[in-house]
Design a protein around this ligand. Structure first.
Ligand SMILES: Nc1ncnc2c1ncn2[C@@H]1O[C@H](COP(=O)(O)OP(=O)(O)OP(=O)(O)O)[C@@H](O)[C@H]1O
Ligand SMILES: O=C(O)[C@@H](O)C(=O)CO
Length: 418
């Protein structure tokens, strides 16, 4: 029985969510894109990964509604819209437009917005999102290549994205427990508030929110607010733990790190890994002019079992130079296309372990590898599990690392874990 149908707006976010849900031991199915075939062999948690975070809002809405139909066909009656724990969205959406379209389809009067992920330093207080101790707009997210976040206030970010009123259930309410939060939501509903930002600074706040909101037909947020749901379903007997994490299949030695994320944490991770691995740096301007031939030729020359990384990861000033010359979309696309082609080449050369950094990058790479479904394995860092799949008939392992997740030693940690 599917108890929760989940739609994630990028691929790293989807493995993050699936990994946290799978901590409970309950079966989670993770699909990359809306499956062509109707649902079979469904799990308690069905997650569909989309690559729609930066698409035009009408396209993102259409794709999410297709995902909703598939999840309904899987038997889900409650749904979760997963976006980034740093609320990444462009000025035109897509978090609000998708939420409103899902609400309309589901007849939901109200939903909540809670991107908090305390284990990874994301907390919300008085409607303002913090990354560690910094307000979102003062954190490195202000320089994100595609979705620079220049305001920390979630109500202000959401308001232009939706047509109905936005409100807040603050930490003073959450702290009082699930009944107080239910009362606050009812009060806001009576005032016609459809979109409620909910504060959370700790996992115990998230447990209160899950308990108060578990019967809402649509919940929205980061992965951590959904993490508490399996525990509630297990406790009341709705679900039984039935799926221990999958052990890694036997894989050949070859491994590669592909990084298209420019986040502060990925920059530190790339620098740390370059101390022990051979590296090739992709330059968007060179790619736009000459294609990925030089990188492909470099990859062909590397021994299969060597430590290697191909990265476009760069400092904000260098990203800006590329964007000024090529435009934001083209600068991102040439990098994504190159990393996708390099992943395919690596697989054809015998590489079977792929460490990929960045959500958009992960979408491009997994699509090129023809991966349609992932099985969740061991967690490497909070929100980043190893996953297993087949690509062109080969068993492969992939980990899709969100830009800001993982320790500095993440790439080596990941490969040491398989
Ligand atoms: N040097 C560069 N110049 C311009 N754009 C770049 C450069 N390197 C990477 N990019 C683009 O920046 C975008 C990074 O987004 P991506 O989602 O992959 O990483 P992220 O946002 O850090 O990860 P996440 O969404 O998981 O937090 C991609 O579109 C990528 O192609
Ligand atoms: O929520 C997060 O921070 C991640 O799962 C993510 O969505 C990164 O793209």
């Amino acid at each position: 029985m599917t108890v929760l149908g989940c739609i994630a707006d990028d691929f790293t976010g989807a493995t993050d969510l699936a990994g946290l849900l799978a901590r409970s031991g309950v079966k989670v199915n993770l699909h990359m894109g809306v499956p062509d075939a109707p649902p079979t062999d469904t799990a308690a948690f069905e997650v569909i990964a989309l690559k729609c975070r930066t698409e035009p809002a009408p396209d993102a809405v259409a794709e999410c509604l297709r995902a909703l139909d598939w999840l309904k066909a899987a038997g889900a009656e409650r749904f979760f819209w997963k976006y980034c724990s740093t609320f990444d969205s462009t000025a035109d959406g897509n978090i609000g437009p998708v939420a409103e379209a899902l609400m309309d389809k589901l007849g939901a009067e109200q939903t909540i917005y809670c991107p908090a992920f305390p284990e990874n330093g994301r907390s919300i207080f008085m409607g303002n999102l913090f990354v560690g101790e910094q307000p979102l707009a003062e954190s490195p997210m202000k320089d994100h290549p595609l979705t620079p976040m220049r305001d920390s206030n979630l109500m202000r970010l959401l308001e232009p994205q939706v047509t109905r009123p936005v409100g807040l259930a603050n930490r003073l309410v959450v702290e009082k427990g699930a009944d107080a939060l239910r009362d606050r939501l009812a009060e806001l509903r009576a005032e016609g508030v459809a979109h409620v930002v909910v504060d959370a600074v700790s996992d115990s706040d998230l447990r209160v929110i899950s308990e108060a909101c578990r019967d809402m037909v649509l919940l929205t947020g980061g992965s951590a607010v959904a993490m508490a749901l399996p525990e509630l379903y297990l406790k009341d007997g709705t679900l039984k733990a039935d799926a221990p994490r999958m052990q890694a299949p036997q894989l050949a030695q070859g491994a590669i790190v592909l990084s298209g994320s420019c986040s502060a944490m990925t920059r530190a991770q790339v620098a740390a890994y370059l101390e022990q691995a051979e590296g090739f740096r992709l330059d968007p301007l060179d790619l736009a002019q000459n294609g990925a031939g030089a990188a492909l030729a470099w990859l062909e020359k590397q021994p299969l079992d060597s430590a290697k990384i191909i990265y476009a990861t760069a400092e904000p000033a260098s990203v800006k130079t590329a964007q000024d010359k090529l435009g934001v979309a083209k600068a991102g696309n040439v990098v994504e296309e190159a990393l996708a082609a390099l992943a395919v080449k690596a697989r054809d050369l015998g590489v079977r372990r792929f460490v990929v950094a960045g959500g958009e990058t992960s979408g491009a790479v997994t699509k090129a590898l023809g991966v349609t479904q992932l099985t969740i394995g061991a967690e490497i860092a909070p929100g980043v599990p190893w996953c297993f799949a087949t690509s062109d008939g080969h068993d492969i392992a992939v980990t899709l690392k969100s830009g800001n997740f993982g320790a500095e030693s993440f790439f080596a940690d990941a490969l040491a874990k398989l």
